[in-house]
Design a protein around this ligand. Structure first.
Ligand SMILES: [Zn+2]
Length: 412
């Protein structure tokens, strides 16, 4: 039976907002978007904005049980990574529980699709409560480890995909990808192998690139605090990294993947942003606004990225560098930090562009007939301003939580 949801304003995202819009859903799918109910019972949601389910393109759900971020704001990334390594070793680690909690927390914030980096073999419940893309993380710096790392990731993909074939499709959905961790933990030889594997299997690739100055220093000179960290951990290999490289070198390798998510990119220069813009058919930049702010990097090159035609999606990163998994808070942060960027552009970053980055835009990311009915209702002030843009601005200016979330047509 069809259900029609009426809202003060509907933001389909792939087309202009609809005042007093009605979204009709049947089963798990959207069947109509208009200004009047076409069939079935009409449920008046009242003074709310109805949005597509939000898409968090980058997190590490296995840290979702942390009560607060590790370290202190403004610390060097390399020192924070030491804390992450210590944290992994310290606790009686139950990643499955943290991943499940992280998905539940995300749903409460209206996040219905997640791109998650995972280090564990059996990383998610059989029936994830959100649409999930699991990127298997690969860390192996020395050239001697290229073959064993490639064999290991193929084994993990096999386990994941076998399990998925009998896991069914209860609520959410599981998809897979590969995550070469970063230029300071994966040699360029291994990265080439992983990208070739991604091509063979038609998988997306997600890699942390140009996240810190120290990473750029290592690529340029082969020295600095990341070299010290790798030496400490007996991972350093002098032949694994050529000198005089910029992130552009890695972007060129990633451009060979079926689709590539460039995570962070805090220190990409104009040439590199133009490269991403020129390759926007298969490359996305994933900005993690509050994590970027936690490390006090210089202003994010968001305006330059958008001007260069880069498709920018959003991520929370993990609760090791962010207090929660609230993607709406990331959009609010962007709207506040970049007032010259249209609010609708910010909304697209947190929804449709994220779905495109994960390769899920045929099913998700906008309120479009035929797509899955993943929806979020955000309460509006009673005396809310009239134009749709002003309504969106007012949502970005307050700190309201969703009043309702639908996943595949079911209110959760
Ligand atoms: Zn990350």
């Amino acid at each position: 039976m069809a259900i029609a949801l009426q809202a003060r304003v509907v933001f389909p995202v792939d087309r202009p907002p609809i005042e007093h819009g009605v979204v009709t859903i049947e089963g798990e799918r959207i069947v109509a978007v208009s200004t009047k109910a076409e069939a079935g019972d009409v449920i008046d949601l009242g003074s709310v904005a109805l949005l597509p389910g939000l898409v968090n393109c980058h997190t590490h759900l296995e840290f979702s049980d942390l009560r607060r971020p590790l370290g202190t704001p403004g610390m060097r990334l390399v020192d924070w990574i030491r804390l992450v390594i210590a944290e992994r070793g310290r606790r009686d680690y139950a990643p499955e529980v943290a991943i499940e909690n992280g998905m539940q927390e995300s749903l409460g914030y209206g996040v219905t699709s997640i791109g998650d980096i995972t280090t564990v073999e059996m990383p998610a419940p059989y029936f994830p409560c959100v649409d999930l893309t699991l990127f298997t993380e690969v860390i192996a710096f020395s050239l001697a480890r290229i073959v064993s790392a490639l064999v290991a990731v193929q084994g993990r993909l096999l386990i994941q995909q076998n399990r998925n074939s009998y896991a069914g499709r209860a609520t959410g959905d599981i998809h897979f990808g590969i995550s070469p961790h970063s230029p300071y933990t994966v040699s360029s030889g291994l990265l080439r192998g992983l990208v070739a594997l991604a091509r063979e299997r038609e998988l997306p690739v997600a890699m942390h690139v140009a996240e810190s100055r120290e990473e750029l220093e290592l690529m340029d000179s082969g020295s600095g605090p990341f070299r010290a960290l790798l030496e400490e951990r007996s991972m350093w290999d002098d032949d694994a990294i050529s000198r005089g490289r910029r992130p552009l070198y890695y972007l060129n390798l990633l451009a060979e993947a079926p689709r590539a998510l460039v995570i962070h990119g805090n220190y990409l220069d104009d040439e590199e942003l133009q490269f991403l813009g020129a390759n926007h058919e298969r490359m996305w930049l994933v900005y993690c606004p509050r994590t970027h702010a936690y490390f006090r990097h210089p202003t994010y090159p968001l305006a330059a990225a958008l001007t260069s035609g880069v498709r920018v999606a959003l991520g929370t990163d993990s609760r090791a560098s962010n207090p929660d998994l609230d993607l709406f808070a990331e959009m609010r942060h962007v709207a506040k930090a970049f007032p010259s960027i249209e609010p609708h552009t910010v909304l697209r970053m947190g929804t449709l562009t994220g779905a495109e980055a994960l390769g899920r835009d045929a099913e998700l990311g906008s309120i479009t007939p035929g797509k899955l009915a993943n929806l979020v209702a955000m309460p509006l002030d009673e005396d809310a301003p009239t134009s749709a843009n002003e309504l969106l601005n007012s949502l970005f200016a307050n700190d309201a939580m969703p009043s309702a979330v639908w996943l595949r047509g079911v209110k959760v």
